[in-house]
Ligand binder design. Structure first.
Ligand code: NAP
Length: 248
């Protein structure tokens, strides 16, 4: 029996990287997939075709996760298209790195809006259908950087730490409605996001990881699969690290 048979999942930022791997893994497990993208239009459209091959219902939506009104309209459209939303994976995220001394207001604002405000936007919109259905799983992508901080990423770390506080608060507020809220904290995962880091820094990161390698998007997707499925039905308010032991 497939783990997500009969469930509808919304994944934000699925045109590339971890979001794409989550959408693919969920489709393999029988979920109907609603996903979003923003600038990677061709990749988003290609994913829709690719996932349809698993024989599940799939629809991609071009939508800016940092836009409150757009998130509300998106969720209304998905409920009209799919009937309900059982799991939301708030994955859309960006970096605009720099030391605080040189960080602009724009660098701060855009990272907080895309990474943190988006989680508020989408979660606020999806809890309506979830409360109606008396069930739901909210899964937010934070980072080990949100737990321990990182030089050159004060904006990103603040956005990811904010997600942890938000995730736990939602778990407390909505547990009685059978809606679970958890976060995944990846360590160093090999995607376009980390592709920007220079080779020497990458080598240093890898040496500091007990498993001595970077993670793959599929390894984060397996954790998301667990949290979206009924296998995790008694787990809420948690931050699961997928980091090869980096932060132990
Ligand atoms: P990525 O390869 O850069 O992909 C980011 C995705 O987010 C893209 O699909 C992008 O879509 C989408 N996106 C960006 N801004 C958006 C917006 N305003 N609205 C909707 N979608 C938007 O990143 P990744 O490495 O897969 O990371 C995914 C998540 O995991 C992020 O939240 C990241 O912070 C977190 N994470 C990653 C790592 C890592 O090592 N890679 C570690 C810890 C946490 P378009 O291209 O279509 O705009």
């Amino acid at each position: 029996m497939s783990l997500l048979q009969g469930k509808v999942a919304l994944i934000t930022g699925a045109s590339r990287g971890i979001g794409r791997a989550i959408a693919t893994r969920f489709a393999q497990e029988g979920a109907s997939i609603a996903f979003t993208y923003l600038s990677s239009v061709e990749k988003g459209q290609a994913l829709e075709t690719e996932l349809s091959a698993f024989g599940v219902k799939v629809k991609g939506y071009r939508s800016d996760a940092s836009d409150f009104k757009a998130a509300e309209e998106l969720v209304n459209q998905i409920v009209a298209d799919f009937g309900t939303i059982d799991a939301v994976i708030n994955n859309a995220g960006i970096t605009r790195d720099g030391l605080l001394m040189r960080m602009s207001e724009e660098q701060w604002d855009v990272v907080i809006n895309v990474n943190l405000k988006s989680v508020f936007n989408l979660t606020k919109a999806v809890i309506k259908p979830m409360m109606k259905a008396k069930k739901g799983s909210i899964i937010n992508l934070t980072s080990v950087v949100g737990i321990r901080g990182n030089a050159g990423q004060a904006n990103y770390a603040a956005s990811k730490a904010g997600i942890i506080g938000f995730t736990k608060s939602v778990a407390l507020e909505l547990g009685s409605r059978n809606i679970r809220s958890n976060a995944i904290a990846p360590g160093f995962i090999e995607t376009e996001m980390t592709g920007e880091i220079n080779d020497k820094a990458v080598e240093e990161w890898k040496q500091s990881i007990p498993l001595k390698r970077g993670g793959q998007p599929e390894e984060v997707a397996d954790c998301a699969l667990f949290l979206a499925s009924d296998l995790s039905r008694y787990i809420t308010g948690q931050v699961l690290q997928v980091d090869g032991g980096m932060l132990t």
